[in-house]
Design a binder for this molecule. Structure first.
Ligand code: CP
Ligand code: NVA
Length: 303
């Protein structure tokens, strides 16, 4: 059994990443024809959520239900994890009863510990470090609208956060240019950037946006950073994605945001509600990307 986890996109080879994204589009086309294959019959996904979620929870749960399996939602309010049961023990117990474990949490080391002790695949459903599942859906969305992303230019505007880190990994794996504009205090991990030859980091949002095929942003205050909100809103103010910034990108540039969004902060209403914004496709693609990922990991575990 070749147990595989998805803790970051770096856990995949470029070919595996391309295959998962292509399969997501295929599953979407099938669903539109009314086909919902029983990909996960009698399979069970455990979902640990130490942070809030709408898209990640619903897409994973819907994927399992549509595929003939089921998903169990566990929050620290009602699971023993919230009362201090060690992760090492929880991982082993869930592995006895479930086929896959998805974890959304704070420290990235938490998902690494789950993976070290689980005997089933572990999926990172967002940590402070990265958000690989969202970027799978983003890559699917770009491909469906614009085709091959290799050789294209993506502008990341704002916080060098978990989403940004997963974009950096995707840039390295798929060979697209990634221009990141972030304040010095909130720049992405330099080691991750150094490993990705297509990444450039600047302080200047205009420089990053110029000529971009895709402009992406995210909230200025991520989950767990609420205490820093006032300072962050002040520092990030020049990093808003607005019409003026979008006008520097290519005329056919897409806009993406993983959501939830704060209109008037990181993005203006006119940009997120503009036809060049594909945020609803991007959110919807979470379902298909999740299915493709679950299928990939379950097949690997069976091999
Ligand atoms: N984009 C995303 O992961 O959304 P949720 O926090 O709603 O899961
Ligand atoms: N960067 C955001 C993404 C939410 C999906 C956060 O971590 O809160």
């Amino acid at each position: 059994m070749a147990l595989r986890h998805l803790l970051s996109l770096d856990d995949l080879s470029p070919d595996e990443l391309r295959r998962i994204v292509a399969r997501a589009s295929e599953l979407k086309a099938m669903r539109r024809r009314g086909e919902r294959p029983l990909l996960f019959a009698q399979r069970v996904l455990a979902m640990i959520f130490d942070k809030s979620s709408t898209r990640t929870r619903v897409s994973f749960e819907a994927a399992m239900i549509e595929g003939g399996g089921g998903a169990i939602f566990l929050s620290p309010k009602d699971a023993q994890t919230g009362r201090g049961e060690p992760i090492e023990d929880t991982a082993r117990v869930l592995s006895e009863m479930c086929d896959v474990i998805m974890v959304r949490t704070f420290a990235h080391s938490t998902v690494e510990t789950y993976a070290a002790y689980a005997t089933v695949p572990v999926i990172n459903g967002l940590t402070d470090r990265s958000h690989p599942c969202q970027v799978l859906a983003d890559l699917q969305t770009f491909g469906e609208h614009r085709g091959e992303i290799a050789g294209r230019r993506v502008a990341w505007i704002g916080d060098g956060n978990n989403m940004c880190h997963s974009y950096i990994e995707a840039s390295r794996l798929l060979g697209f240019e990634l221009a990141i504009a972030s304040p010095a205090e909130f720049a992405p991990d330099p080691a991750l950037c150094a490993a990705a030859p297509g990444v450039v980091v600047t302080r200047d949002p205009a420089e990053a946006a110029r000529g971009a095929d895709l402009v992406v942003t995210d909230v200025w205050v991520s989950m767990g950073q609420e205490d820093e909100a006032a300072e962050r809103l002040r520092i990030f103010a020049p990093y808003q994605v607005n019409r003026a910034l979008m006008s520097l990108a290519r005329p056919d540039a897409l806009f993406m945001h993983c959501l939830p969004a704060h209109r008037g902060e990181e993005v203006t209403a006119e940009v997120i509600d503009d036809p060049r914004s594909v945020v609803w496709d991007e959110a919807g693609n979470r379902l298909h990307a999740q299915k493709a990922l679950l299928e990939f990991l379950l097949e690997a575990a069976r091999a």
